[in-house]
Design a protein around this ligand. Structure first.
Ligand code: NAP
Length: 251
């Protein structure tokens, strides 16, 4: 099957039909260390889901970049709501990505880190059973001790806050483990908390060319930060009518 063509239309000069290496370069430009990147897809009118899932908004170009971003990170960070809704399995990348990662001196697969206060996660699920790297569960002091112990059999359980996971502690905890390239795949409530805490360095946003209307959530939810956070447009990729935007935090 031929790969979907992706053009880079900003910054100029534009480049047509760029390959994975060039796309990866574009996503790596100017990234600091540590670095927290967030990736979402949204319809033009701001829906983050169709029928409760992000999949309906996604297309081949979005899948291609989604996979590439996993290739570039040390850890994939996801809120438990998204893990449950989207039915995540073990965090594995394909063979091409495994090879690229090994050549870059990384582990074959990124670590999977899940944020949860309720710990409503099944220790027997493939997330843990088939994990190539031991997952991390980031939780709170108030989470149930018996559940925590059961999950500690299959994952590293890290406490980063009393009632809610505090984003600054979460990031520090991952960095302490050498996981400096943090890639968050959502969802909206986790993203809202990360924004409010001022720890987001980058947002990658796929704009899917549909109007959805309805009551779907936006890509962020929950408490707002005291001031809006200004972002700078770092690149724009285009595949047919889909745009793949990369915004980084203003210095
Ligand atoms: N468009 C996209 O690209 C995209 C991406 C991701 C998700 N989604 C969609 O978003 C929907 C899920 O939304 P959501 O807002 O529920 O997702 P979410 O942010 O992944 O999940 C919320 C849950 O994550 C945990 N959590 C998040 N922040 C926390 C914190 N600071 N401290 C403690 N726990 C925290 C809690 O889990 P517990 O309940 O276990 O305590 C919370 O209930 C799904 O429909 C999914 O398809 C869309």
């Amino acid at each position: 099957m031929s790969e979907v063509a992706i053009d880079r239309i900003f910054p100029l000069p534009a480049e047509e039909g760029i390959g994975d290496a060039r796309i990866a370069e574009s996503y790596s430009a100017g990234a600091g260390s540590p670095w927290l990147r967030v990736n979402f897809v949204s319809s033009i009118d701001g829906a983050a889901t169709r029928q409760g899932l992000s999949g309906g908004l996604s297309d081949d170009a979005d899948h291609r970049v989604f996979d590439l971003l996993r290739r570039l990170c040390d850890v994939v960070l996801v809120g438990a709501g998204t893990v449950r809704a989207e039915g995540y399995g073990a965090m594995r990348v394909d063979q091409v990505s495994q090879r690229a990662r090994r050549e870059a001196g990384m582990t074959a697969h990124p670590v999977f880190a899940i944020v949860s206060a309720s710990l409503d996660l099944d220790p027997a699920s493939p997330i843990f059973r088939d994990a190539p790297e031991r997952p991390i569960i980031v939780t709170t002091e108030l989470s149930r001790h018996d559940t925590r112990e059961a999950l500690a059999e299959v994952a590293d359980v890290v406490v980063c806050g009393e009632e809610r996971v505090e984003p600054a502690r979460l990031v520090a905890g991952l960095v302490e483990r050498g996981l400096r390239r943090i890639h968050c795949e959502g969802g909206p409530h986790l993203f809202g908390d990360l924004i409010a805490a001022g720890v987001v360095d980058e947002l990658c946003l796929t704009v899917s060319p549909t109007l959805e209307a309805g009551v779907a959530s936006r890509i962020s939810a929950g408490a707002a930060p005291i001031l809006p956070i200004g972002m700078r447009l770092a690149h724009v990729l285009q595949a047919d009518d889909t745009l793949l935007l990369r915004y980084v935090k203003r210095a």
